[in-house]
Design a protein around this ligand. Structure first.
Ligand code: GRG
Length: 308
C-alpha cells in the first residue's frame, strides 16, 4: 500500500506533509473531482453536464478538507486521502441535489447558481444524484493509494452512513417531522443524522487512510460529531440571518418548521455554535498528536457568522 504509515506510528515520528495548506488542498480536491467526473464520460451529455455543473460548482469543500486534515493530523501524506475526500464530496453533492428538489426544499439557488433541477429538469437532477452516489463507491473501490482492507472499510462505512439509519433517515425526519414542538434533543438528533454522520465519516476516513488506531479514530469521531452540530447550527442561523447573494443559496427555507433559531433565538444558537466547536476541539485532547491541521480547518469552516 505504499506510504500508509504503520498503525502504531505517532504523527511526530512521521515526515511532515508536503506543502500542507487548506488552499492547496482545496485546489487539489477540485482538480481531482474534475478528473473523476471527466467531460468525456460515456453517459448521455445532459447527464454529464448536470453532474459536472453541480459537482464542480464553487462549494466550500468542507467535508473533503476534513478528510485531508484528519489524514494529515494522523501523520499521513494527505494526498493518499484524496480519493476518499472526493468520494465524500460526491455524496454530499448528491444530497444537495436531492435536498433542493421540489418535493423536498424546493430551492432554486445553490452554490451561487440555479439548482440542477431548475436548469436541467427534475429527471436529470435525480439521475445525476444517483450517478454521483455510485461514482463515490466506484472511486473508493478503485483508489490505489490505500490497501484493499482500507478500501473495504471505507466502502462499508459509507454505505452505512448514507443509508436508512444515517443521512436518509435525517432527511426523512427533517421533512416529515417539520411541525409541532421539536425539542432540542430531537433537533440535535436530526442534525446528527443529516449532517453529523458525513462529518464523522470524513474524519474517520482520513484516520483510516493514515492507519490510525481505534482510540484515535474514536477521538476523531467525537471531534467530528461535535463539529457537525456546530456546523449545522451555524447553517440554521445563516438560513435566518444570512443573505442569498453571500451564501449562494436560498435562505428562510426553515421558516415553516421547528428549528434551532425558533427554539433558542439567534443569540442562543450563536452560543450553541461556540459550545459545540469548543467540545469538538476538546475531543482531540489526549490523543497525543498536535492539532494544527484540524485547528486550522475548524477556524476556516467556522468563521464568525455573517449578518445582513
Ligand atoms: C443518500 C446522498 C443521499 C442523500 C439522501 C437529501 C438527503 C438524503 C440528505 C440531505 C441532507 C442535508 C441537505 C443536510 C444539510 C447539510 C448542509 C449543512 C449543507 C450545506 O453544506 P455546505 O455549507 O455546502 O458545506 P457547500 O455548497 O459549500 O458544499
Amino acid at each position: 500500500m505504499g506510504s500508509t504509515p504503520p498503525v502504531d506510528a505517532t504523527p511526530d515520528d512521521l515526515p511532515k506533509n508536503p506543502s500542507w495548506s487548506l488552499d492547496a488542498c482545496k485546489t487539489a480536491v477540485e482538480q481531482r473531482l474534475a478528473e473523476l467526473a471527466p467531460a468525456d464520460m460515456k453517459p448521455p451529455q445532459a447527464l454529464i453536464q448536470a453532474i459536472r455543473y453541480t459537482l464542480l460548482a464553487p462549494g466550500k469543500r468542507v467535508r473533503p478538507l476534513l478528510v485531508l486534515a484528519a489524514a494529515a493530523h494522523c501523520g499521513a501524506d494527505w494526498r493518499n486521502a484524496m480519493d476518499a475526500a472526493c468520494a465524500v464530496e460526491m455524496v454530499h453533492t448528491a444530497s444537495l441535489i436531492l435536498d433542493d428538489l421540489p418535493s423536498m426544499d424546493n430551492a432554486d439557488l445553490r452554490r451561487g447558481q440555479p439548482t440542477v433541477h431548475r436548469l436541467h429538469g427534475e429527471d436529470t437532477a435525480i439521475l445525476a444524484a444517483i450517478a454521483l452516489m455510485n461514482q463515490a463507491f466506484a472511486t473508493l473501490s478503485s483508489t490505489t493509494s490505500v490497501d484493499i482492507q482500507c478500501r473495504l472499510r471505507m466502502i462499508s462505512r459509507l454505505a452505512r452512513v448514507i443509508g436508512p439509519e444515517g443521512l436518509v433517515a435525517g432527511q426523512s425526519r427533517d421533512l416529515r417531522e417539520r411541525t409541532g414542538n421539536r425539542s432540542l434533543e430531537v433537533l440535535e438528533e436530526i442534525n446528527r443524522q443529516k449532517t453529523g454522520v458525513l462529518f464523522q465519516l470524513s474524519a474517520e476516513m482520513g484516520g483510516m487512510v493514515a492507519g490510525a488506531a481505534e482510540d484515535r479514530l474514536a477521538s476523531l469521531r467525537a471531534f467530528a460529531e461535535a463539529l457537525g452540530q456546530a456546523f449545522q447550527a451555524r447553517d440554521d442561523l445563516l438560513d435566518q440571518i444570512g443573505n442569498p447573494a453571500q451564501l449562494g443559496k436560498n435562505t428562510d427555507k426553515d421558516n415553516d418548521k421547528a428549528n434551532l433559531v425558533k427554539l433558542m433565538g439567534e443569540q442562543g444558537v450563536r452560543e450553541a455554535v461556540h459550545r459545540h466547536t469548543e467540545r469538538a476541539l476538546a475531543a482531540l485532547n489526549g490523543c497525543g498528536a498536535s492539532h494544527t491541521h484540524l485547528q486550522e480547518f475548524v477556524r476556516a469552516c467556522m468563521d464568525p457568522v455573517q449578518t445582513r
